[in-house]
Ligand binder design. Structure first.
Ligand code: SF4
Length: 252
């Protein structure tokens, strides 16, 4: 069993606290993840971070960068200042963002040294730590939970999931992600929103608030208007195989 940060809680107690709804499949996933030592990032703080929310069938998944000091201490995502800023924004829409509709997670599960996200130039390359963590944990988590909407927070999460770079140009733009069969919308990382609030850059704060409001206002029509979202898993897999054949030039 992995370390449980600075808490006196057992791993099972953390699962109960973090996940009001959870399946056996996700429990097994979380336990395996908590024991991960697949890359060197673990060595700095020796705690694997955990997600929080509906671990069965969330509608929305919010993806940040990595846990910070508070998050590894408590083994809970988004509880430091940036997390509180995000949570405050979500609380404005209590009918939409509920404990049973949202899951919060990160691209990287462990806290990097001094919160420095690994990867020199994330614009042009994805570091091996991020590749390892997303391949083993983030993508499987998305495949288990099958959210309908993924909100990426900041450039690294957007780059990794959507292949886009430049949060200012791309924020608020919907994009379908075939690899997850979900719609995504990027916005600023809440730590940038806090810095902007402090420095009087009110347009950034306003755009962040607008993006969250866009999710609230549009998600049902975006998801409901897309035939791919209502396919059975078998139909979807056939659709993916067909696309793949077209891409390879096997079918015109
Ligand atoms: S960062 Fe991810 S891949 Fe690396 S040790 Fe932590 S959980 Fe494992």
């Amino acid at each position: 069993m992995g370390r449980t940060g600075n808490t006196n809680l057992s791993f099972d107690d953390i699962l109960k606290r973090n996940f009001p709804i959870i399946t056996d499949e996700y429990k097994a996933f979380a336990e395996e993840k908590s024991q991960c030592r697949k890359c060197s990032v673990y060595e700095h703080y020796k705690t694997v971070g955990m997600s929080e929310g509906n671990a069965k069938n969330p509608i929305f998944i919010f993806i940040g960068e990595c846990p910070g000091r508070d998050e590894v201490g408590q083994v809970r995502p988004f509880i430091g200042p940036a997390g509180q800023r995000l949570r405050a924004e979500l609380r404005k829409y209590p009918k939409v963002f509920r404990k049973d509709s949202v899951l919060l997670t990160n691209v990287l599960a462990c806290r990097p040294l001094n919160n420095k996200f690994p990867g020199g130039d994330f614009k042009t390359e994805t570091s091996k730590e991020v590749r390892t963590c997303t391949t083993h944990w983030l993508i499987p988590e998305l495949k288990i939970l099958k959210p309908k909407v993924i909100v990426t927070l900041g450039n690294p999460a957007m780059k990794y999931l959507r292949g886009d770079w430049g949060i200012t140009a791309n924020r608020g733009k919907w994009k379908f992600l075939p690899q997850c069969r979900a719609w995504s919308l990027p916005t600023f990382h809440p730590s940038y929103v806090i810095r902007s609030e402090r420095s009087g850059q009110n347009h950034i704060v306003h755009q962040f608030e607008q993006d969250i409001e866009t999710v609230v206002r549009m998600w049902k029509s975006i998801v409901g208007g897309d035939y791919r979202m209502s396919m059975s898993e078998d139909e979807w897999q056939r659709e993916l195989a067909l696309r793949h054949s077209v891409q390879l030039g096997l079918i015109k």
